[in-house]
Design a protein around this ligand. Sequence first.
Ligand code: MTE
Length: 317
Amino acid sequence: MSNSMKENQVTSESIFWNRRQFINNFSLSSAALALGASAFSNNASAYSANTGFTTAEPLSSEYVVTHHNNFYEFSTSKSKPAKMAKDFNPGNDWKVKISGEIEKPGDYTLEDILGFTQDQERIYRLRCVEAWSMVIPWQGFQLSELIKKVQPNSKAKYIEFITLESRSTFPGQSGGSLGFSSLPWPYKEGLRMDEAMNPLTFIATGVYGKRLPGQNGAPLRLIIPWKYGFKSIKSIVSIRFLDSQPINTWNRSGPKEYGFYANVNPKVDHPRWSQARERRITDESFFGVKKIDTQMFNGYGDQVAQMYKGMDLVRNF
Ligand code: MTE
């Protein structure tokens, strides 16, 4: 599996939107934007010839990817975010504040960002810390492209990402009334600079050939396939370059249970459950599926293990 991907290796345009169409059609309904999504078969191997970022494992269906979600700003239920996010359709004017140890700070719109990054498709395993997993065809761009554009200086050692804070958009941020107030809002995540620059690290703007639905973290969310899913922060409004390690939301709320690194590791159990195996969700049988063995770094060790050489992965969980 190669990490270098040329423009002409990208899956043919017919199976996902063309950037211009994407931008111009922004105000149209999502149905109008569903460009050829039916061309996705339920088998990822069909794409292996086109991209270096894929897997031969069966894809999780579009339905389960968009109807079994963790998005606590909406709800702690897996099924409710899809219903609650119906009116959450952020536009091209969505702003991301990019700041900190960089030469080009500013408020960048989604349109700005799409203007200087390349569309790619990635089929990645997503392994949740709760021990379920999916195989998902994302569209978006490699995070390193955005980082290079804003020119980090030598003090930039880490990056912090922050989700939109808006009680009118996200009822879950009001906490108490929903019976859940334990997460400190807004949701935050962080990466070490080398992790952020790794070619696998991706910003998704679409899934299954359609614009990213609200429940999956519209309009742009992080994807780090060798880490537990909680690192894949949704609906990002701030990217800050720092000289010291930021605190991520789940680590702050449960420091003994959720670390900063959160690398998928079948040998380091969560204090309350084993991480040795996972429930691979491919279709609506959600719970009827067989468990499979979890792989170290979620199977991406060849591309990422060298970043953690000499590190104690039990202590740095
Ligand atoms: N980002 C925000 N802002 N809020 C969240 O609750 N949940 C995380 C992650 N990103 C979450 C988030 C968790 S625990 C997982 S497993 C993935 O999103 C789930 O992504 P999906 O719903 O697209 O499958």
